[in-house]
Write a protein that binds this ligand. Sequence first.
Ligand SMILES: [Zn+2]
Length: 154
Amino acid sequence: MLSRRLERRPDGRTIVMLAGIIDETADLEALVADLDGELAFDLSGIQRINSIGAHRWILMMARVTAHRRVVVEAVPYCVGMQANYVANFFARAEVLSCLAPYACDTCDTSVNMLIHRDEVSLRAPTRWCSSCKQELRFDELGGYLDFLVRTRAT
Ligand SMILES: [Zn+2]
């Protein structure tokens, strides 16, 4: 089950907040069919995406990014993994931010942190534990962030 919530920003851009699961039941084309102008997808609510869902996502993104500016924000871990496996996952859209896995070894906890692509250089940006204030450990291989930086405008 995939749902969408829309928000109009004062600058005219439409925020498309998607939540749920992207799989063979997700009608992605219908979710964007009535939208025009610049779009910003917020994917923070996506819980899972399977290979059929990824295929449908790529077709939708190719179409929706063909003639307008599209940005993608708050890409969750499950989507980021798919994006690293598949070329053109975001077509011509720019990915602005993602939710990346960090861990605190002191508190033995895991937490997803929002990171912006401009913070990423050769390594993940530094984040701090909200409980013990120690520096968090980036809990993935450095290559995980490839999808985030490779759409950066040069
Ligand atoms: Zn901690």
